[in-house]
Design a protein around this ligand. Structure first.
Ligand SMILES: C[S@@+](CC[C@H](N)C(=O)[O-])C[C@H]1O[C@@H](n2cnc3c(N)ncnc32)[C@H](O)[C@@H]1O
Length: 211
């Protein structure tokens, strides 16, 4: 990111509602204890997800890729009374930290953490969703989309992260990950079952609304 873009980002963060102290603590611990802390949604994107969830008031949310739990806690804050967020994480070493922050956030009865491979767990859940956040392995995005599109309630939102891949999706010469993400964006854009918007928030969020 060049200097102007970084300054613009700082300005946006400075004029966005402060993150709750528990999320500040989670982000700090994520940076201290994990190898790729930049995977966490963080303040700006987390606040965006919280906004979407609070406006939508979902009953059931699915998150694919929990990491340390930042986005799960943000998305769960908009759940309807009695609602549930299911989040799936394949790395069992993260479980203790995720559960610690779910407890601090008093969300134990609203977040159901599944440890394992999302590709195996999603078909077993057999639920319908108001919001799905796709944020695990980029090569599997299209697979996840195909898996959940028929499980979306009408007006349901599918949100996928990192779809700009640091801007590489615009380039003609693309490596495998980049070309798969580019194809994923094109697949959603061409899908007549949804309307969509691609937003340049952080590394790019594409949002598809089921018609
Ligand atoms: C970008 S991080 C998620 C960040 C998190 N959603 C947030 O915004 O704070 C992606 C996570 O997906 C997990 N993951 C990768 N492949 C997975 C799979 N097949 N099933 C479940 N989780 C997976 C990784 O271990 C990693 O923790």
């Amino acid at each position: 990111m060049d200097r102007d873009a970084l300054e613009l980002l700082d300005y946006c963060i400075a004029h966005t509602t402060l993150e709750p102290s528990l999320l500040y603590g989670l982000e700090r611990e994520t940076y201290l204890k994990t190898l790729a802390p930049q995977m966490s949604s963080g303040h700006l994107q987390g606040q965006f997800l919280r906004f979407i969830s609070k406006i939508k008031k979902p009953e059931t949310i699915l998150e694919i890729g929990t990491f340390t739990g930042y986005s799960a806690i943000c998305l769960a804050s908009g759940l309807k009374e009695g609602g549930m967020l299911h989040t799936i994480e394949v790395n069992e070493e993260l479980e203790t930290m995720i559960r610690k922050y779910i407890e601090i956030a008093s969300l134990k009865n609203k977040i159901n953490l599944h440890i394992g491979d999302a590709k195996e767990i999603i078909p077993k859940l057999n639920l319908t969703y108001d919001i799905v956040f796709i944020d695990a392995g980029k090569i599997d995005y299209a697979f996840y989309y195909d898996l959940i599109i028929d499980m979306m309630n009408p007006e349901g939102l599918i949100i996928a992260d990192n779809v700009l891949w640091s801007g590489k999706v615009m380039k003609k010469k693309q490596n495998k990950d980049t070309s798969l993400l580019d194809a994923f964006n094109k697949k959603i854009h061409a899908d007549e079952r949804v309307e969509n918007i691609l937003l340049p928030i952080r590394d790019g969020l594409i949002i598809a609304r089921k018609l």
